[in-house]
Design a protein around this ligand. Structure first.
Ligand SMILES: Cc1cc2nc3c(=O)[nH]c(=O)nc-3n(C[C@H](O)[C@H](O)[C@H](O)COP(=O)(O)OP(=O)(O)OC[C@H]3O[C@@H](n4cnc5c(N)ncnc54)[C@H](O)[C@@H]3O)c2cc1C
Length: 425
């Protein structure tokens, strides 16, 4: 039998980790990793942090260059894939013959949402997704001046922090009343607004951009409420959308990303998706989730690879992400859409605390800022689904690991009671 051909479209973190896993799991057929960027796969988190500030000269590649030749992974850079036909198992490269595959992984990530207002085509208005974007914005930050950041989500907030750290004047505009509010709620949103204002950022809430103005290059931002803000350059960070364009005629179910099951297989057998693009069924939450975070891409790549090989593999990680802004580094675990209580442990004013989001006394999410070793217990407590006493969570004298043990003990006890009563396990 001829060797099989596995193709991965999207040479980002998820694609690179999938390729690595396929080889480590013993796949010895032809393995092609295709990306439209000129670079080999790299990590994006540094692009709004140390790499943007020019503090690390090293490009944050996932693997050394030799890795791809050593493992016989054909890495095709600067190669956009324009279409996929899943029933014929072929994909199309621009202006080329179709490429036939046996298994396909699509890991094309996400693309920044564009702000469609008059003046959007002016120079000096930036979006941040790629290494090239980061280098362009980093060079502009080096020259100083007044930066207007549109949007105070993770990317906007991190760019604002980096630019302030480099001495730029920064104004951050937000349509909502607080930064990061949709994910973190008002309590944490207020902490972040205070953090930015404390570092000299002018934060303008409930502000919508009406248009950009300038001669060739942006010079001012006009807001719907009639404000005029002088700007030397602008960074827009208003979210991202899954890059599923190449699948439009593929016959694969696409709904807010590629819809995949818990093994990361799409509606057409032999096609898989991972990373920012995948809207994956999550067994713990009992619903589909599309997660745009580093850890998700890192861990879904290998799961997709094992599924491509027909090995048992399920993606069931509790979502996790991190962010660094000024001296405030944090990790967040969980997925919270509604909650009825937020409990704090530690020193909020000193930015050394853990925040817990509870629904019916069960932990749905937790955030640890400048407190380490809390992230694992947070995710274990979420998984346990045990009712927790908010006083225990708030008390720094009670180690979180102790609460995890207690939750595990309660679960074991419940199982043995059910077993002794003859219930099914
Ligand atoms: C500036 C920035 C900072 C971030 N910081 C954090 C952070 O602090 N913490 C955190 O948890 N997450 C962070 N993230 C998110 C994290 O980086 C992403 O979740 C992760 O990169 C997703 O990986 P991916 O492999 O799914 O997609 P990507 O890394 O986007 O890779 C997809 C690749 O596919 C290519 N591609 C797309 N379409 C085609 C096509 N048709 N043909 C060929 N190639 C194609 C793309 O160009 C890209 O190279 C950050 C993201 C950005 C942009």
């Amino acid at each position: 039998m001829a060797a099989e051909t596995f193709v991965i479209v999207g040479a980002g973190l998820a694609g690179a980790k999938a390729a690595e896993t396929l080889r480590y799991e013993g796949f010895d057929g032809r393995l092609i990793l295709i990306g439209d960027e000129p670079e080999r796969p790299y990590e994006r988190p540094p692009l709004s942090k140390d790499y943007l500030r020019g503090e690390s000269a090293e490009r944050p590649y996932v693997h050394p260059e030799s890795f791809y030749t050593d493992t016989e992974i054909e890495l095709w850079t600067s190669t956009p894939v324009s279409a996929v036909n899943a029933s014929l198992r072929e994909l199309w490269l621009e202006g080329d013959q179709p490429l036939i595959y046996d298994r396909l992984l699509v890991a094309t990530g996400a693309v920044p949402r564009r702000l469609e207002v008059p003046g959007a085509e002016l120079g000096g208005i930036h979006y941040l997704r790629s290494l090239a974007d980061s280098e362009r914005i980093g060079e502009r930050i080096e020259r100083g001046g007044h930066l207007v950041v549109v949007g105070s989500g993770w990317i906007g907030a991190e760019v604002a922090a980096s630019a302030r750290q480099k001495g730029c004047e920064v104004t951050m505009l937000e349509r909502a009343s607080l930064p990061l509010e949709p994910v973190l709620g008002p309590e944490l949103g207020q902490i972040y607004v205070d953090l930015h204002r404390g570092h000299g950022v002018e934060f303008l809430p409930e502000t919508t951009v009406a248009r950009f103005d300038g001669h060739g290059s942006v010079e001012r931002v006009l807001t719907e409420d009639g404000n005029v803000i002088e700007a030397d350059f602008v960074v827009v960070g208003i979210g991202a959308a899954p890059r599923a364009g190449l699948l439009e005629t593929a016959g694969i179910r696409v709904d807010s990303g590629v819809v995949v099951d818990e093994h990361l297989e799409a509606s057409v057998p032999g096609v898989f998706a991972a990373g920012d693009l995948a809207n994956a069924f999550h067994p713990f939450y009992g619903r589909h989730l599309r997660v745009e975070h580093w850890a998700n891409a890192l861990k879904q790549g290998p799961i997709a690879a094992r599924s491509m090989l027909g090995k048992p593999a399920t993606y069931a990680e509790i979502p996790y992400f991190f962010s660094d802004q000024y001296e405030a580094s944090m990790e967040y675990g969980g997925y919270a859409t509604d909650w009825d209580e937020v409990v704090f442990r530690g020193e909020v004013a000193a930015h050394e605390f853990v925040a817990f989001w509870l629904r019916d006394r069960r932990l749905v999410a937790g955030l640890n800022m400048n407190v380490w070793d809390a992230s694992e217990p947070i995710r274990a407590l979420i998984r346990s689904q045990r009712a927790l006493d908010p006083r225990d969570l708030a008390d720094p004298a009670i180690p979180l690991s102790g609460l995890v043990e207690k939750a595990r003990g309660a679960a074991t006890e419940a199982l043995s009671v059910r077993a002794s009563e003859g219930g099914a396990l």
